[in-house]
Design a binder for this molecule. Sequence first.
Ligand code: PMP
Length: 359
Amino acid sequence: MTRKYNFCAGPAALPLEVLEEAQRDLVNWQGSGLSVMEMSHRSSEIVGIATEAEKDLRELMGISDDYAVLFMQGGATGQFSAIPLNLLGDNRAADYVNTGQWSKKAIKEAKRYGEVNVVASSEDDNFASIPAFDTWKLNKDAAYLHYTPNETIGGVEFFWEPDVNVPLVADMSSTILSRPIDVSKFGLIYAGAQKNIGPAGLTIVIVRKDLLGKAHPLCPVGMDYQVAAENESMYNTPPTMAIYLAGLVFKWLKKLGGLEAMEAINRRKAEKLYSYIDGSGFYANPVEVASRSLMNVPFTLKDESLDKAFLAGAEEAGLLNLKGHRSVGGMRASIYNAVPEEAVDALIAYMKAFAEKNG
Ligand code: PMP
C-alpha cells in the first residue's frame, strides 16, 4: 500500500499513526467486542471516549473551566447561523470583519438574524491583507465581534487577536491546534473538525459559560449551546466515531509535545514553502508577508496555461489535491498538522523540477 501526500484543504490528511490505531481497533475496540461506531452514545465506553477527548483538548489548548467545550454537528456553516441565534440576545447587532470568502459566508448568514456591521474589509485588496486594526469601525454595543483568524481559501492568517471590549468570536476551522493561542481572549471559538481535528462530521465549539442561555426562542434545539452544555454534548446522538478519532488526534498531538512543538514544525514547513515560492521567479503568492497562513498556501504559476500540466505531474508524483479553490483558481497547498515535513520537501522538489522544465 502506498500512501500519497495529501494537500487537501479539507477533509484533510490525518496522522498515519491515528489511522493505523483506528484500523487495529475498528471491529473490536479495546476488547469490548464492538466497533466504536456500533456503541450507544449512552454507553460508558462512548462517554469515556468523549470525556477523555474533551480533557485532552482542554489540556492542549489551555481551556479553563470558565468555558464549555461542545461537540456539535452541522459544520462551521451550521455555526454561521448558531452564533447569531445563540449570542445576539436582545442586542440584535453584531460586528463582523471581512477578510475573505469564509468571512463573507459568515456575514451573509448572520444577516438573516440580526444587524451586521462590517467593521473592516480587505475585499478591495482582493483579500490579500488584513485591514489595520486602527481603521476598524467598531460598535461598542455589539453583541460580539466575529472574525476568521485563518481564511482557508485566501491563505490569510491573523497573528494577533483583535483587542475589543465585546466577546470575540473566531472561526478557527483551519487554524485550530496549529499553534498555541490564549483562549481567555475569546468569547467563542469554533471549528469544523475536518482539517486539524479529525474527520468531517464533528464541529467543536468552545464557549465562555457566561455567554450561554441567551438563545433566540426559534434557535433549533440541536444548535442551542446551553442545551449542548447541560447535556455534555449528548442531548441527541453526537458523531461518536468522529469524536473517537479526534480523541486519537489529540493524543497524537500530546505525544508530539503539544501545540508549541506543533507550531515549530508548522513554521518550518511554511517558511520552506514560502521562501521557495518567493525566490523561484516562477511561482507567486499574493498575500502580504506578515499575514501569510501557516496552513494554506495559495500560489500561482507564471503562466496559467501550465496549470493543468502542473496538476497532472503532481498527481503522478503522488502529490494530491493541489488545485486552488474554484472561486480563485491557481494552486493551493494545505499543509495542516498531519501533513509531514517530507510532504513539503517532496512538493518543493516537484515544483523546482517543473519550473526548470517549463521556465
Ligand atoms: N470556515 C472556514 C474557515 C473553512 O475553511 C470552512 C471549510 N473549508 C468553513 C468555514 C465551512 O466549513 P464546513 O464545511 O464544515 O461547514
